[in-house]
Design a protein around this ligand. Structure first.
Ligand SMILES: *[C@@H]1O[C@H](CO)[C@@H](O)[C@H](O)[C@H]1NC(C)=O
Ligand SMILES: *[C@@H]1O[C@H](CO)[C@@H](O)[C@H](O)[C@H]1NC(C)=O
Ligand SMILES: *[C@@H]1O[C@H](CO)[C@@H](O)[C@H](O)[C@H]1NC(C)=O
Ligand SMILES: *[C@@H]1O[C@H](CO)[C@@H](O)[C@H](O)[C@H]1NC(C)=O
Ligand SMILES: *[C@@H]1O[C@H](CO)[C@@H](O)[C@H](O)[C@H]1NC(C)=O
Length: 537
Protein backbone atom coordinates (compact mmCIF):
# COMPACT_ATOMS: atom_id res chain seq x y z
CA UNK A 1 0.00 0.00 0.00
CA UNK A 2 1.35 3.43 -0.90
CA UNK A 3 1.74 5.96 1.95
CA UNK A 4 -1.16 8.13 0.72
CA UNK A 5 -3.55 5.21 0.76
CA UNK A 6 -2.24 4.03 4.09
CA UNK A 7 -2.76 7.50 5.55
CA UNK A 8 -6.31 7.82 4.32
CA UNK A 9 -7.06 4.34 5.64
CA UNK A 10 -5.62 5.17 9.03
CA UNK A 11 -7.43 8.47 9.36
CA UNK A 12 -10.61 6.60 8.50
CA UNK A 13 -9.81 4.14 11.27
CA UNK A 14 -9.01 6.72 13.89
CA UNK A 15 -11.93 8.99 13.11
CA UNK A 16 -14.27 6.09 13.76
CA UNK A 17 -12.35 5.15 16.90
CA UNK A 18 -14.44 7.52 19.01
CA UNK A 19 -16.66 4.62 19.92
CA UNK A 20 -19.60 4.81 22.27
CA UNK A 21 -18.92 3.38 25.69
CA UNK A 22 -20.61 0.12 26.45
CA UNK A 23 -19.98 -0.61 30.13
CA UNK A 24 -21.95 -3.86 30.32
CA UNK A 25 -20.15 -5.32 27.34
CA UNK A 26 -16.79 -4.20 28.70
CA UNK A 27 -17.48 -5.66 32.13
CA UNK A 28 -18.71 -8.95 30.74
CA UNK A 29 -15.54 -9.12 28.68
CA UNK A 30 -13.07 -8.62 31.53
CA UNK A 31 -15.13 -10.97 33.74
CA UNK A 32 -14.53 -13.80 31.28
CA UNK A 33 -11.40 -14.74 33.24
CA UNK A 34 -13.74 -15.88 36.02
CA UNK A 35 -16.93 -16.75 34.17
CA UNK A 36 -15.54 -18.92 31.38
CA UNK A 37 -14.25 -22.33 32.32
CA UNK A 38 -13.31 -25.16 30.04
CA UNK A 39 -11.22 -28.28 30.50
CA UNK A 40 -7.49 -27.97 29.72
CA UNK A 41 -7.88 -24.25 29.07
CA UNK A 42 -6.11 -21.26 30.63
CA UNK A 43 -7.26 -17.72 29.94
CA UNK A 44 -4.20 -15.56 29.25
CA UNK A 45 -6.02 -12.31 28.48
CA UNK A 46 -9.58 -10.94 28.43
CA UNK A 47 -9.86 -7.29 27.51
CA UNK A 48 -12.13 -4.81 25.80
CA UNK A 49 -10.48 -3.40 22.66
CA UNK A 50 -12.01 -0.27 21.07
CA UNK A 51 -11.96 0.18 17.30
CA UNK A 52 -8.71 1.76 16.10
CA UNK A 53 -6.56 0.15 18.79
CA UNK A 54 -3.09 -0.88 17.69
CA UNK A 55 -2.89 -4.44 19.03
CA UNK A 56 0.52 -6.04 19.51
CA UNK A 57 1.17 -9.73 20.01
CA UNK A 58 3.49 -11.48 22.46
CA UNK A 59 4.68 -14.14 19.98
CA UNK A 60 5.98 -11.46 17.60
CA UNK A 61 8.92 -10.84 19.94
CA UNK A 62 10.48 -14.19 19.08
CA UNK A 63 9.00 -14.98 15.66
CA UNK A 64 8.46 -13.41 12.23
CA UNK A 65 4.68 -13.43 12.84
CA UNK A 66 2.60 -10.25 12.39
CA UNK A 67 3.81 -7.49 14.74
CA UNK A 68 0.55 -5.56 15.05
CA UNK A 69 -2.98 -5.27 13.72
CA UNK A 70 -5.39 -2.36 14.02
CA UNK A 71 -8.72 -3.30 15.54
CA UNK A 72 -11.59 -2.65 13.10
CA UNK A 73 -14.40 -2.99 15.65
CA UNK A 74 -15.20 -2.42 19.29
CA UNK A 75 -14.69 -5.88 20.62
CA UNK A 76 -13.80 -8.26 23.39
CA UNK A 77 -10.44 -9.94 22.90
CA UNK A 78 -9.71 -13.24 24.59
CA UNK A 79 -6.44 -15.15 24.49
CA UNK A 80 -6.41 -18.76 25.63
CA UNK A 81 -3.92 -21.57 26.06
CA UNK A 82 -5.48 -24.94 25.34
CA UNK A 83 -3.62 -28.12 26.24
CA UNK A 84 -3.96 -30.75 23.52
CA UNK A 85 -1.76 -33.47 25.08
CA UNK A 86 0.91 -33.94 27.75
CA UNK A 87 3.45 -32.34 25.41
CA UNK A 88 1.45 -29.91 23.27
CA UNK A 89 -0.80 -26.87 23.47
CA UNK A 90 -2.46 -24.34 21.19
CA UNK A 91 -2.78 -20.58 21.65
CA UNK A 92 -6.28 -19.46 20.63
CA UNK A 93 -7.49 -15.89 20.18
CA UNK A 94 -11.16 -14.95 20.00
CA UNK A 95 -12.35 -11.50 18.85
CA UNK A 96 -15.99 -10.74 19.68
CA UNK A 97 -17.42 -7.49 18.29
CA UNK A 98 -20.25 -5.46 19.82
CA UNK A 99 -22.14 -5.61 16.50
CA UNK A 100 -22.47 -9.42 16.53
CA UNK A 101 -26.22 -9.68 17.16
CA UNK A 102 -27.21 -7.19 14.51
CA UNK A 103 -24.82 -8.74 11.95
CA UNK A 104 -26.26 -12.26 11.89
CA UNK A 105 -24.63 -14.02 14.88
CA UNK A 106 -21.91 -15.61 12.78
CA UNK A 107 -18.75 -17.41 13.83
CA UNK A 108 -15.60 -17.34 11.69
CA UNK A 109 -12.61 -19.59 12.14
CA UNK A 110 -9.32 -18.53 10.54
CA UNK A 111 -6.33 -20.62 9.48
CA UNK A 112 -2.56 -20.40 9.20
CA UNK A 113 0.18 -20.33 6.57
CA UNK A 114 3.41 -22.18 5.81
CA UNK A 115 4.51 -24.36 8.71
CA UNK A 116 1.75 -22.96 10.91
CA UNK A 117 2.66 -20.95 13.91
CA UNK A 118 1.28 -17.48 13.14
CA UNK A 119 -2.22 -16.36 14.06
CA UNK A 120 -3.80 -14.54 11.08
CA UNK A 121 -4.76 -11.43 13.03
CA UNK A 122 -5.57 -9.39 9.91
CA UNK A 123 -8.12 -12.01 8.84
CA UNK A 124 -9.55 -11.84 12.34
CA UNK A 125 -9.89 -8.05 12.40
CA UNK A 126 -11.39 -8.13 8.91
CA UNK A 127 -13.99 -10.66 10.11
CA UNK A 128 -14.94 -8.47 13.07
CA UNK A 129 -15.44 -5.49 10.72
CA UNK A 130 -18.24 -7.55 9.16
CA UNK A 131 -19.67 -8.44 12.56
CA UNK A 132 -18.35 -12.00 12.83
CA UNK A 133 -17.06 -13.36 16.11
CA UNK A 134 -13.70 -14.66 14.95
CA UNK A 135 -11.25 -17.20 16.29
CA UNK A 136 -7.65 -17.81 15.31
CA UNK A 137 -4.94 -20.11 16.56
CA UNK A 138 -1.20 -20.73 16.33
CA UNK A 139 -1.52 -24.30 15.04
CA UNK A 140 0.26 -25.67 18.08
CA UNK A 141 3.56 -23.79 17.95
CA UNK A 142 4.85 -20.24 17.68
CA UNK A 143 6.30 -19.07 14.37
CA UNK A 144 6.40 -20.26 10.76
CA UNK A 145 9.20 -22.71 11.51
CA UNK A 146 9.67 -26.48 11.79
CA UNK A 147 11.97 -26.70 14.83
CA UNK A 148 9.10 -27.12 17.35
CA UNK A 149 8.24 -30.44 15.61
CA UNK A 150 11.55 -31.96 16.67
CA UNK A 151 10.77 -35.08 18.73
CA UNK A 152 7.25 -33.75 19.38
CA UNK A 153 4.81 -35.83 17.34
CA UNK A 154 1.93 -34.27 19.29
CA UNK A 155 2.90 -30.86 17.88
CA UNK A 156 2.85 -32.41 14.39
CA UNK A 157 -0.62 -33.77 15.11
CA UNK A 158 -1.77 -30.28 16.10
CA UNK A 159 -0.37 -28.93 12.83
CA UNK A 160 -2.02 -31.63 10.70
CA UNK A 161 -5.54 -31.05 12.07
CA UNK A 162 -5.99 -31.06 15.84
CA UNK A 163 -5.19 -27.40 16.54
CA UNK A 164 -7.88 -26.32 14.09
CA UNK A 165 -10.39 -28.76 15.49
CA UNK A 166 -9.66 -27.83 19.11
CA UNK A 167 -9.58 -24.08 18.48
CA UNK A 168 -12.90 -24.27 16.60
CA UNK A 169 -14.58 -26.10 19.47
CA UNK A 170 -13.26 -23.78 22.18
CA UNK A 171 -13.87 -20.67 20.06
CA UNK A 172 -17.50 -21.61 19.59
CA UNK A 173 -18.04 -22.34 23.27
CA UNK A 174 -16.51 -18.98 24.23
CA UNK A 175 -18.79 -17.15 21.80
CA UNK A 176 -21.86 -19.03 22.95
CA UNK A 177 -20.94 -18.27 26.55
CA UNK A 178 -20.19 -14.58 26.03
CA UNK A 179 -23.22 -13.42 24.06
CA UNK A 180 -26.76 -13.86 25.35
CA UNK A 181 -27.72 -15.95 22.31
CA UNK A 182 -25.92 -18.67 20.41
CA UNK A 183 -24.11 -18.83 17.10
CA UNK A 184 -26.37 -19.13 14.08
CA UNK A 185 -23.92 -20.09 11.32
CA UNK A 186 -20.23 -21.00 11.36
CA UNK A 187 -17.63 -20.33 8.69
CA UNK A 188 -14.01 -21.05 7.96
CA UNK A 189 -11.61 -19.00 5.81
CA UNK A 190 -7.93 -19.63 5.10
CA UNK A 191 -5.26 -19.60 2.40
CA UNK A 192 -2.28 -21.85 1.61
CA UNK A 193 -1.78 -24.03 4.69
CA UNK A 194 -5.01 -22.35 5.77
CA UNK A 195 -6.63 -23.58 2.55
CA UNK A 196 -5.47 -27.07 3.40
CA UNK A 197 -6.93 -26.74 6.88
CA UNK A 198 -10.28 -25.75 5.36
CA UNK A 199 -10.34 -28.84 3.17
CA UNK A 200 -9.23 -30.93 6.15
CA UNK A 201 -12.32 -29.69 8.00
CA UNK A 202 -14.45 -30.45 4.92
CA UNK A 203 -13.03 -33.98 4.79
CA UNK A 204 -13.00 -34.89 8.48
CA UNK A 205 -15.28 -32.61 10.54
CA UNK A 206 -17.63 -30.80 8.16
CA UNK A 207 -20.38 -30.56 10.78
CA UNK A 208 -18.29 -27.82 12.43
CA UNK A 209 -18.81 -25.40 9.51
CA UNK A 210 -21.73 -24.29 7.36
CA UNK A 211 -19.42 -22.61 4.88
CA UNK A 212 -15.72 -23.07 4.10
CA UNK A 213 -13.53 -20.76 2.01
CA UNK A 214 -10.39 -22.61 1.00
CA UNK A 215 -7.82 -20.62 -0.97
CA UNK A 216 -4.67 -21.91 -2.70
CA UNK A 217 -4.95 -25.03 -0.56
CA UNK A 218 -1.78 -26.97 0.27
CA UNK A 219 -3.59 -30.26 -0.35
CA UNK A 220 -1.36 -33.13 -1.46
CA UNK A 221 0.88 -31.56 1.17
CA UNK A 222 3.74 -34.03 0.66
CA UNK A 223 3.64 -33.48 -3.12
CA UNK A 224 4.06 -29.76 -2.61
CA UNK A 225 7.02 -30.23 -0.28
CA UNK A 226 8.60 -32.57 -2.82
CA UNK A 227 7.97 -30.16 -5.69
CA UNK A 228 9.63 -27.32 -3.75
CA UNK A 229 12.67 -29.46 -2.90
CA UNK A 230 12.82 -30.46 -6.58
CA UNK A 231 12.88 -26.78 -7.65
CA UNK A 232 15.91 -26.21 -5.42
CA UNK A 233 17.62 -29.34 -6.76
CA UNK A 234 16.94 -28.02 -10.27
CA UNK A 235 18.10 -24.41 -9.82
CA UNK A 236 21.09 -25.27 -7.65
CA UNK A 237 22.70 -22.70 -5.38
CA UNK A 238 23.60 -19.19 -6.62
CA UNK A 239 26.68 -19.37 -8.80
CA UNK A 240 26.04 -22.87 -10.13
CA UNK A 241 25.65 -23.30 -13.89
CA UNK A 242 21.97 -24.23 -13.57
CA UNK A 243 21.08 -21.18 -11.45
CA UNK A 244 19.25 -18.06 -12.66
CA UNK A 245 19.47 -14.69 -10.94
CA UNK A 246 16.37 -12.72 -10.07
CA UNK A 247 16.87 -10.51 -13.15
CA UNK A 248 17.07 -13.61 -15.30
CA UNK A 249 13.83 -14.96 -13.83
CA UNK A 250 12.23 -11.61 -14.58
CA UNK A 251 13.31 -12.10 -18.21
CA UNK A 252 11.75 -15.57 -18.10
CA UNK A 253 8.49 -14.02 -16.92
CA UNK A 254 8.55 -11.56 -19.81
CA UNK A 255 9.27 -14.44 -22.23
CA UNK A 256 6.18 -16.28 -20.96
CA UNK A 257 4.08 -13.13 -21.30
CA UNK A 258 5.42 -12.57 -24.83
CA UNK A 259 4.43 -16.09 -25.85
CA UNK A 260 1.13 -16.52 -23.97
CA UNK A 261 -0.47 -13.13 -23.20
CA UNK A 262 -2.40 -13.05 -26.48
CA UNK A 263 -4.06 -16.46 -26.02
CA UNK A 264 -7.08 -14.92 -24.27
CA UNK A 265 -7.39 -12.08 -26.78
CA UNK A 266 -6.28 -9.32 -24.40
CA UNK A 267 -2.71 -8.05 -23.97
CA UNK A 268 -2.70 -7.18 -20.27
CA UNK A 269 0.07 -9.31 -18.70
CA UNK A 270 -2.64 -11.73 -17.54
CA UNK A 271 -3.21 -15.14 -19.10
CA UNK A 272 -6.77 -16.14 -18.39
CA UNK A 273 -6.15 -19.87 -18.71
CA UNK A 274 -2.51 -20.85 -18.08
CA UNK A 275 -3.44 -24.48 -18.86
CA UNK A 276 -3.25 -23.33 -22.48
CA UNK A 277 0.19 -21.76 -22.03
CA UNK A 278 3.12 -24.01 -23.01
CA UNK A 279 6.03 -21.60 -23.20
CA UNK A 280 9.24 -22.40 -25.08
CA UNK A 281 12.16 -21.16 -22.91
CA UNK A 282 14.60 -21.94 -25.73
CA UNK A 283 13.49 -18.55 -27.06
CA UNK A 284 15.94 -17.10 -24.52
CA UNK A 285 18.91 -19.30 -25.49
CA UNK A 286 22.21 -17.50 -26.17
CA UNK A 287 23.79 -17.99 -29.60
CA UNK A 288 27.56 -18.49 -30.05
CA UNK A 289 29.49 -15.71 -28.34
CA UNK A 290 26.41 -14.26 -26.64
CA UNK A 291 26.08 -13.78 -22.87
CA UNK A 292 23.52 -12.55 -20.37
CA UNK A 293 25.61 -9.42 -19.78
CA UNK A 294 25.72 -8.44 -23.45
CA UNK A 295 22.54 -10.01 -24.86
CA UNK A 296 20.16 -10.82 -21.95
CA UNK A 297 20.12 -14.49 -22.99
CA UNK A 298 20.44 -17.75 -21.04
CA UNK A 299 22.80 -20.72 -21.26
CA UNK A 300 21.50 -24.14 -22.28
CA UNK A 301 21.75 -25.30 -18.64
CA UNK A 302 19.64 -22.35 -17.50
CA UNK A 303 17.06 -22.92 -20.22
CA UNK A 304 16.78 -26.53 -19.07
CA UNK A 305 16.26 -25.28 -15.49
CA UNK A 306 13.32 -23.17 -16.67
CA UNK A 307 11.86 -26.03 -18.69
CA UNK A 308 12.18 -28.41 -15.71
CA UNK A 309 10.70 -25.97 -13.20
CA UNK A 310 7.63 -25.55 -15.43
CA UNK A 311 7.19 -29.29 -16.06
CA UNK A 312 5.33 -31.88 -13.97
CA UNK A 313 7.39 -33.64 -11.31
CA UNK A 314 7.87 -37.43 -11.48
CA UNK A 315 9.48 -39.54 -8.75
CA UNK A 316 10.52 -43.17 -8.38
CA UNK A 317 9.14 -45.47 -11.09
CA UNK A 318 7.80 -42.50 -13.03
CA UNK A 319 5.11 -41.80 -10.43
CA UNK A 320 3.51 -38.37 -10.80
CA UNK A 321 4.46 -36.38 -7.72
CA UNK A 322 3.10 -32.95 -8.64
CA UNK A 323 1.68 -31.05 -11.59
CA UNK A 324 3.89 -28.29 -12.99
CA UNK A 325 4.15 -24.87 -11.40
CA UNK A 326 2.20 -22.30 -13.38
CA UNK A 327 4.54 -20.71 -15.95
CA UNK A 328 2.76 -17.43 -15.12
CA UNK A 329 4.28 -17.23 -11.64
CA UNK A 330 5.77 -13.88 -10.76
CA UNK A 331 9.23 -15.30 -10.32
CA UNK A 332 10.49 -12.29 -8.43
CA UNK A 333 7.92 -12.90 -5.71
CA UNK A 334 8.68 -16.62 -5.60
CA UNK A 335 12.39 -15.94 -5.80
CA UNK A 336 13.35 -15.97 -2.12
CA UNK A 337 11.50 -19.17 -1.26
CA UNK A 338 11.39 -21.09 -4.54
CA UNK A 339 13.87 -19.89 -7.16
CA UNK A 340 16.61 -18.22 -5.14
CA UNK A 341 18.85 -21.27 -4.76
CA UNK A 342 18.05 -21.77 -1.08
CA UNK A 343 16.01 -24.85 -0.08
CA UNK A 344 12.40 -24.04 0.79
CA UNK A 345 12.28 -23.60 4.55
CA UNK A 346 8.89 -25.28 4.52
CA UNK A 347 10.10 -28.48 2.84
CA UNK A 348 13.33 -28.61 4.75
CA UNK A 349 11.67 -27.82 8.07
CA UNK A 350 9.17 -30.61 7.58
CA UNK A 351 11.62 -33.30 6.49
CA UNK A 352 14.22 -32.41 9.08
CA UNK A 353 12.07 -31.93 12.16
CA UNK A 354 8.72 -33.64 11.58
CA UNK A 355 9.66 -36.61 9.38
CA UNK A 356 13.23 -37.57 10.33
CA UNK A 357 13.70 -35.79 13.68
CA UNK A 358 17.27 -35.21 12.55
CA UNK A 359 18.61 -31.62 12.63
CA UNK A 360 21.57 -32.66 10.45
CA UNK A 361 19.33 -33.76 7.56
CA UNK A 362 19.32 -31.32 4.62
CA UNK A 363 17.68 -31.20 1.20
CA UNK A 364 21.09 -30.40 -0.30
CA UNK A 365 22.72 -33.58 1.03
CA UNK A 366 19.91 -35.99 1.75
CA UNK A 367 16.83 -35.41 -0.44
CA UNK A 368 16.02 -38.19 -2.93
CA UNK A 369 12.79 -39.58 -4.35
CA UNK A 370 13.01 -42.17 -1.55
CA UNK A 371 12.50 -39.24 0.86
CA UNK A 372 9.23 -38.51 -0.90
CA UNK A 373 8.09 -42.14 -0.90
CA UNK A 374 8.86 -42.40 2.81
CA UNK A 375 7.10 -39.11 3.58
CA UNK A 376 3.99 -40.17 1.66
CA UNK A 377 3.97 -43.60 3.22
CA UNK A 378 4.19 -42.08 6.73
CA UNK A 379 1.64 -39.36 5.95
CA UNK A 380 1.94 -38.10 9.52
CA UNK A 381 -1.52 -37.59 11.04
CA UNK A 382 -3.09 -37.42 7.59
CA UNK A 383 -1.36 -34.16 6.70
CA UNK A 384 -1.54 -35.03 2.97
CA UNK A 385 -5.24 -33.96 3.13
CA UNK A 386 -6.02 -35.83 -0.09
CA UNK A 387 -9.26 -37.56 0.92
CA UNK A 388 -11.62 -37.19 -2.01
CA UNK A 389 -14.82 -38.51 -0.45
CA UNK A 390 -16.71 -35.39 0.65
CA UNK A 391 -19.97 -37.23 1.31
CA UNK A 392 -20.06 -36.09 4.94
CA UNK A 393 -19.66 -32.46 3.85
CA UNK A 394 -22.43 -32.88 1.28
CA UNK A 395 -24.78 -34.51 3.80
CA UNK A 396 -24.03 -31.89 6.47
CA UNK A 397 -24.96 -29.14 3.97
CA UNK A 398 -21.47 -27.69 4.26
CA UNK A 399 -20.72 -25.35 1.35
CA UNK A 400 -17.14 -25.35 0.11
CA UNK A 401 -15.87 -22.44 -1.95
CA UNK A 402 -12.33 -23.02 -3.24
CA UNK A 403 -10.23 -20.57 -5.24
CA UNK A 404 -6.66 -20.57 -6.45
CA UNK A 405 -4.51 -17.87 -8.07
CA UNK A 406 -3.33 -19.00 -11.49
CA UNK A 407 0.03 -17.24 -11.03
CA UNK A 408 0.76 -18.95 -7.72
CA UNK A 409 4.53 -19.17 -7.26
CA UNK A 410 4.53 -21.52 -4.25
CA UNK A 411 1.71 -24.01 -4.76
CA UNK A 412 0.89 -25.17 -8.27
CA UNK A 413 -2.59 -23.94 -9.17
CA UNK A 414 -2.95 -27.18 -11.16
CA UNK A 415 -2.95 -28.89 -7.77
CA UNK A 416 -6.43 -27.48 -7.13
CA UNK A 417 -7.73 -28.72 -10.49
CA UNK A 418 -6.23 -32.10 -9.60
CA UNK A 419 -8.07 -32.21 -6.29
CA UNK A 420 -11.38 -30.99 -7.71
CA UNK A 421 -11.34 -33.52 -10.58
CA UNK A 422 -10.35 -36.32 -8.19
CA UNK A 423 -13.31 -35.51 -5.96
CA UNK A 424 -15.55 -35.48 -9.02
CA UNK A 425 -14.34 -38.90 -10.24
CA UNK A 426 -14.18 -40.56 -6.82
CA UNK A 427 -17.64 -39.39 -5.77
CA UNK A 428 -19.03 -40.07 -9.22
CA UNK A 429 -20.44 -36.53 -9.38
CA UNK A 430 -20.17 -34.34 -12.48
CA UNK A 431 -19.60 -30.62 -11.87
CA UNK A 432 -23.29 -29.84 -12.18
CA UNK A 433 -23.86 -31.98 -9.07
CA UNK A 434 -20.71 -31.01 -7.18
CA UNK A 435 -22.03 -27.46 -7.61
CA UNK A 436 -24.60 -28.21 -4.95
CA UNK A 437 -21.90 -28.06 -2.24
CA UNK A 438 -18.43 -27.61 -3.78
CA UNK A 439 -17.37 -24.89 -6.23
CA UNK A 440 -13.91 -24.03 -7.56
CA UNK A 441 -12.91 -20.61 -8.93
CA UNK A 442 -9.56 -20.29 -10.72
CA UNK A 443 -8.39 -16.66 -10.38
CA UNK A 444 -6.25 -15.36 -13.25
CA UNK A 445 -3.46 -12.91 -12.43
CA UNK A 446 -3.40 -13.78 -8.71
CA UNK A 447 -0.16 -14.84 -7.04
CA UNK A 448 0.03 -16.89 -3.87
CA UNK A 449 -3.05 -15.82 -1.81
CA UNK A 450 -2.74 -12.13 -2.75
CA UNK A 451 -1.16 -9.66 -5.15
CA UNK A 452 -0.70 -9.99 -8.90
CA UNK A 453 -1.35 -8.34 -12.27
CA UNK A 454 -4.98 -9.44 -12.52
CA UNK A 455 -8.22 -8.81 -10.64
CA UNK A 456 -6.89 -10.70 -7.64
CA UNK A 457 -8.52 -8.87 -4.73
CA UNK A 458 -11.52 -11.02 -3.77
CA UNK A 459 -11.74 -10.00 -0.10
CA UNK A 460 -10.22 -13.28 1.05
CA UNK A 461 -7.70 -14.57 3.55
CA UNK A 462 -4.53 -12.48 4.03
CA UNK A 463 -5.76 -9.92 1.48
CA UNK A 464 -6.63 -7.21 3.97
CA UNK A 465 -4.19 -5.23 6.02
CA UNK A 466 -0.97 -4.21 4.30
CA UNK A 467 -1.72 -6.26 1.17
CA UNK A 468 -5.03 -4.82 0.08
CA UNK A 469 -7.59 -2.09 0.11
CA UNK A 470 -9.89 -1.71 3.06
CA UNK A 471 -12.31 0.51 1.19
CA UNK A 472 -13.52 -2.05 -1.39
CA UNK A 473 -17.20 -2.81 -0.75
CA UNK A 474 -17.12 -6.12 1.15
CA UNK A 475 -20.62 -7.20 0.06
CA UNK A 476 -19.33 -9.28 -2.87
CA UNK A 477 -16.18 -10.44 -1.07
CA UNK A 478 -15.57 -14.17 -1.09
CA UNK A 479 -16.49 -14.32 2.59
CA UNK A 480 -19.89 -12.67 2.14
CA UNK A 481 -20.37 -14.73 -1.02
CA UNK A 482 -20.18 -17.95 0.96
CA UNK A 483 -22.48 -16.41 3.59
CA UNK A 484 -25.08 -15.70 0.88
CA UNK A 485 -24.74 -19.24 -0.39
CA UNK A 486 -25.26 -20.71 3.09
CA UNK A 487 -27.91 -18.35 4.44
CA UNK A 488 -29.90 -17.38 1.36
CA UNK A 489 -29.20 -20.32 -0.92
CA UNK A 490 -27.70 -17.97 -3.53
CA UNK A 491 -24.89 -20.07 -4.99
CA UNK A 492 -22.10 -18.14 -6.74
CA UNK A 493 -21.49 -18.62 -10.47
CA UNK A 494 -18.68 -16.09 -10.44
CA UNK A 495 -16.31 -14.62 -7.88
CA UNK A 496 -15.75 -10.88 -8.14
CA UNK A 497 -12.12 -9.77 -8.18
CA UNK A 498 -10.62 -6.28 -8.23
CA UNK A 499 -7.38 -5.22 -9.81
CA UNK A 500 -5.43 -2.98 -7.46
CA UNK A 501 -2.60 -0.67 -8.40
CA UNK A 502 -0.93 0.88 -5.35
CA UNK A 503 -3.98 0.04 -3.30
CA UNK A 504 -6.38 1.73 -5.73
CA UNK A 505 -9.01 -0.23 -7.69
CA UNK A 506 -8.30 0.02 -11.43
CA UNK A 507 -10.37 -2.85 -12.80
CA UNK A 508 -12.75 -5.71 -12.00
CA UNK A 509 -13.45 -9.18 -13.29
CA UNK A 510 -16.07 -11.77 -12.40
CA UNK A 511 -14.02 -14.98 -12.34
CA UNK A 512 -15.99 -17.96 -13.62
CA UNK A 513 -16.63 -21.20 -11.80
CA UNK A 514 -14.65 -24.16 -13.08
CA UNK A 515 -15.07 -25.77 -15.61
CA UNK A 516 -16.42 -22.64 -17.34
CA UNK A 517 -13.78 -20.26 -18.70
CA UNK A 518 -13.70 -16.50 -18.12
CA UNK A 519 -13.74 -15.24 -21.71
CA UNK A 520 -13.30 -11.79 -23.25
CA UNK A 521 -16.35 -10.87 -25.32
CA UNK A 522 -14.11 -9.36 -27.99
CA UNK A 523 -15.36 -5.82 -27.49
CA UNK A 524 -15.33 -3.41 -24.57
CA UNK A 525 -12.83 -2.23 -21.98
CA UNK A 526 -11.08 -5.35 -20.60
CA UNK A 527 -10.86 -3.64 -17.20
CA UNK A 528 -14.65 -3.80 -16.90
CA UNK A 529 -16.21 -6.99 -15.60
CA UNK A 530 -19.00 -6.55 -18.16
CA UNK A 531 -16.56 -7.16 -21.02
CA UNK A 532 -16.13 -10.80 -19.98
CA UNK A 533 -18.46 -13.80 -19.80
CA UNK A 534 -18.40 -17.46 -18.78
CA UNK A 535 -18.14 -19.92 -21.65
CA UNK A 536 -17.72 -23.68 -21.89
CA UNK A 537 -14.44 -23.54 -23.83
C1 LIG B 1 1.52 -0.23 16.09
O1 LIG B 1 2.48 -0.52 17.11
C2 LIG B 1 3.69 -1.01 16.60
C3 LIG B 1 4.55 -1.49 17.77
O2 LIG B 1 4.50 -0.59 18.81
C4 LIG B 1 4.37 0.05 15.76
O3 LIG B 1 5.57 -0.45 15.23
C5 LIG B 1 3.43 0.40 14.62
O4 LIG B 1 3.98 1.44 13.84
C6 LIG B 1 2.08 0.82 15.15
N1 LIG B 1 1.19 0.99 14.01
C7 LIG B 1 0.41 2.04 13.85
C8 LIG B 1 -0.39 2.08 12.61
O5 LIG B 1 0.33 2.90 14.69
C1 LIG C 1 0.40 -23.34 27.61
O1 LIG C 1 0.25 -24.52 28.36
C2 LIG C 1 1.34 -25.42 28.28
C3 LIG C 1 0.97 -26.66 29.08
O2 LIG C 1 -0.02 -27.37 28.42
C4 LIG C 1 2.60 -24.79 28.79
O3 LIG C 1 3.68 -25.66 28.61
C5 LIG C 1 2.85 -23.50 28.01
O4 LIG C 1 3.98 -22.84 28.55
C6 LIG C 1 1.65 -22.59 28.08
N1 LIG C 1 1.86 -21.42 27.24
C7 LIG C 1 1.61 -20.18 27.65
C8 LIG C 1 1.92 -19.08 26.69
O5 LIG C 1 1.13 -19.96 28.72
C1 LIG D 1 -21.75 -34.92 9.24
O1 LIG D 1 -20.37 -35.21 9.27
C2 LIG D 1 -19.98 -36.15 10.26
C3 LIG D 1 -18.48 -36.33 10.17
O2 LIG D 1 -17.86 -35.18 10.62
C4 LIG D 1 -20.67 -37.46 10.04
O3 LIG D 1 -20.34 -38.37 11.07
C5 LIG D 1 -22.16 -37.26 10.01
O4 LIG D 1 -22.78 -38.46 9.65
C6 LIG D 1 -22.52 -36.20 8.98
N1 LIG D 1 -23.92 -35.87 9.07
C7 LIG D 1 -24.78 -36.23 8.14
C8 LIG D 1 -26.18 -35.75 8.31
O5 LIG D 1 -24.44 -36.91 7.20
C1 LIG E 1 22.98 -36.78 4.85
O1 LIG E 1 24.05 -36.55 3.98
C2 LIG E 1 25.31 -36.44 4.67
C3 LIG E 1 26.36 -36.02 3.64
O2 LIG E 1 26.33 -36.89 2.57
C4 LIG E 1 25.64 -37.78 5.31
O3 LIG E 1 26.85 -37.68 6.04
C5 LIG E 1 24.50 -38.13 6.28
O4 LIG E 1 24.71 -39.42 6.82
C6 LIG E 1 23.15 -38.10 5.58
N1 LIG E 1 22.09 -38.25 6.57
C7 LIG E 1 21.15 -39.17 6.46
C8 LIG E 1 20.14 -39.22 7.57
O5 LIG E 1 21.08 -39.95 5.52
C1 LIG F 1 -30.16 -18.03 11.32
O1 LIG F 1 -29.84 -17.76 9.96
C2 LIG F 1 -30.88 -18.12 9.08
C3 LIG F 1 -30.34 -17.93 7.66
O2 LIG F 1 -29.91 -16.62 7.48
C4 LIG F 1 -32.09 -17.24 9.34
O3 LIG F 1 -33.13 -17.60 8.46
C5 LIG F 1 -32.52 -17.46 10.77
O4 LIG F 1 -33.56 -16.58 11.08
C6 LIG F 1 -31.38 -17.22 11.74
N1 LIG F 1 -31.77 -17.65 13.06
C7 LIG F 1 -31.57 -16.91 14.13
C8 LIG F 1 -32.02 -17.50 15.43
O5 LIG F 1 -31.03 -15.81 14.07
Amino acid sequence: MKPAVLLSTLSLLFSSALAKKNPTFERRCSKLTESFNAADTDILLAEYVPQGTNMTFPESATTSCLKFSISLADMCRLRLNVTTSGTSSVIVEVFMPTTWHSKGKRFLMTGNGGLGGCIQYNDMTYGTSLGFAVAGHDNGHAGDVGLPFLDRPQAVKDYAWRALYTAGKIGKSVVNHFYPSSINKSYYMGCSSGGRQGLKAAQEFPEEYDGIVSAAPAVYFQSILAASAHVFKTTGAPGSATHLTQDQWNAVHQMVIDQCDGIDGVLDNVVEDPLKCQPRPEALLCGPGQTWASDQCLTAEQVLTVRTVYSPVYGNNGKLISPRLSPLTKEFIGYPVMYGGVPSYISEGWYKYALYNDPTWTIQNNFTWDTVDYDMQQDLFGVETAKTDLTDAKNNNTRILMYHGLSDCLISSENSYRYYESVSRDMGLPSSQLDEFYRFFPISGMDHCYSGDGAWFVGGSVQYGPAGALDVDPSDSVLMTVVKWVEQGIAPDTLMGRKLVDGVVTGAKAHCKHPLKTTYKGVGDPNLASSWECRTV
